[in-house]
Design a protein around this ligand. Structure first.
Ligand code: 5GP
Length: 185
């Protein structure tokens, strides 16, 4: 859906990125990945549910074969702040031994979820583990984990759309926008 279909048009404060900007940036990231992984098999690991749209467009922008697998972890509940508690809700089907893994994320906020995930995946014997995220918030810059591919650095606001939800809504919004505080306060 487009912004005009959002019921209660005051829900979205501001559009941060239109669909074509997002897809364009993902194409650039895909080109970087192609160069970096020349001659290597890639396993893209998407983090459900937020990374579904990023995975779909990033994977289709890669002009080469890739495998995809999915994990579901919980860290947020239905609020808007990270709890730091991570639980595996769905694990990978793929054996990571010797694989070149790229974790595909929608957004990194505190980075707590991702630090945990990287440690977890590295313990499974992969050849390499890197991270590709569409969005990164300022707090993530303090993270010890290196993020190799970043779409956009954004300010510290709660954003929705393009896979990102608030209480399971807005995931199918084509653009990414900031949610008006009155929606979640
Ligand atoms: P972190 O552990 O990095 O603080 O949080 C990561 C997860 O929190 C993301 O994968 C995402 O599910 C959720 N999250 C963080 N910031 C936002 C945001 O601005 N909007 C939405 N919808 N989810 C967010």
């Amino acid at each position: 859906m487009d912004q005009k279909h959002v019921v209660g048009e005051l829900d979205l404060d501001q559009t941060l990125f239109a669909e074509d900007q997002i897809v364009g940036r993902l194409r650039e990231m895909a080109a970087e990945i192609e160069t970096d992984y020349d001659g290597k098999d890639i396993l893209l690991v998407g983090v459900l549910k937020g990374a579904v749209m990023v995975m779909a467009d990033l994977a289709r922008s890669l002009n080469r074969h890739v495998e995809m697998d999915w994990m579901a972890v919980s860290s947020y509940g239905s609020g808007t702040t990270s709890s730091g508690v991570v639980r595996i809700l769905k694990d990978l089907d793929t054996d990571l031994t010797g694989r070149h893994v790229i974790i595909v994320e929608d957004i990194i906020d505190t980075g707590l979820t991702l630090s945990w995930l990287v440690t977890n995946l590295k313990s499974r014997g992969p050849a390499s583990v890197e991270i590709a995220t569409l969005l990164r918030k300022p707090d993530a810059l303090e993270m010890v984990v290196d993020v190799k591919y970043v779409g956009f650095d954004i300010p510290n606001a709660f954003v929705v759309g393009y896979g990102l939800d608030y209480n399971e809504k807005y995931r199918n919004l084509r653009c990414i926008g900031t949610l008006a505080p009155h929606v979640y306060s």
